[in-house]
Design a protein around this ligand. Structure first.
Ligand SMILES: [Zn+2]
Length: 206
């Protein structure tokens, strides 16, 4: 039976989404074809926009619109976190998304740094790849008194936290680790707000 190659290509493309196998991708593709054309075109435009107009903040690693990143560069301030924050404390997460989770669920008032994942040598993810070298240069440049390690409690998350803790020993920076209430192998994105808030407030100094 003759199939549409364009439709098959869309189905293939959709399988890059997390948790989406071929069957779900097929369902999505058919749904998109049946949907209102303007809405589907809008989705395709938004996908293009994030790829061309969204950049990573040089300082903390969250995603910013290009225009805001330019303003930040020329103002020499860290605009992502806004005014009246404690710039001597940095909370380290393993993804930009985790920063928003902490921001929404705790009353933390310091600065942030998002790594790009966790150390995983077998996957070719070393300190440079996940952004630890960038973090190190930030720690040398700024007057940082405390780091809060909010990487997940997976083996990789723990290894990453341990690695950063060792770096801080030489720099005489106080390090604490969120842990309380977070189950082993816990990723922040799967936890409820109360658990995260508790884990954050009950963090232990390392
Ligand atoms: Zn930033």
């Amino acid at each position: 039976m003759k199939k549409s190659k364009n439709l098959e290509d869309l189905i293939d493309a959709l399988t890059i989404l997390p948790g989406v196998g071929r069957k779900s991708a097929q369902r999505m593709a058919y749904k998109l074809l049946r949907s209102n054309k303007d809405k589907t075109l809008n989705l395709s435009r938004q996908l293009q926009n994030v790829l061309t107009d969204v950049v990573t903040c040089d300082i903390c690693g969250v995603y910013l619109d290009k225009d805001d990143a330019e303003i930040q560069k020329s103002s020499l301030k860290h605009l992502c976190i806004g005014d009246n924050r404690d710039n001597s404390v940095i909370c380290i997460t393993e993804s930009p998304a985790d920063i928003y989770i902490i921001e929404e669920n705790t009353d933390y008032n310091g600065d942030y740094f998002a790594l790009h994942g966790t150390l995983s040598p077998l996957d070719g993810l070393g300190p440079e790849e996940i952004g630890i070298f960038r973090l190190q240069s930030r720690l040398k440049k700024e007057d940082i008194k405390e780091l809060i390690l909010a990487t997940s409690t997976t083996i990789e998350g723990e290894a990453t936290a341990h690695y950063i803790q060792k770096i801080c020993q030489d720099l005489e920076i106080k390090v604490s680790r969120i842990a309380f209430g977070i189950p082993l192998n816990g990723e922040l994105g799967y936890l409820d707000g109360e658990t995260i808030s508790h884990a954050f407030n009950e963090r232990k100094e390392l």
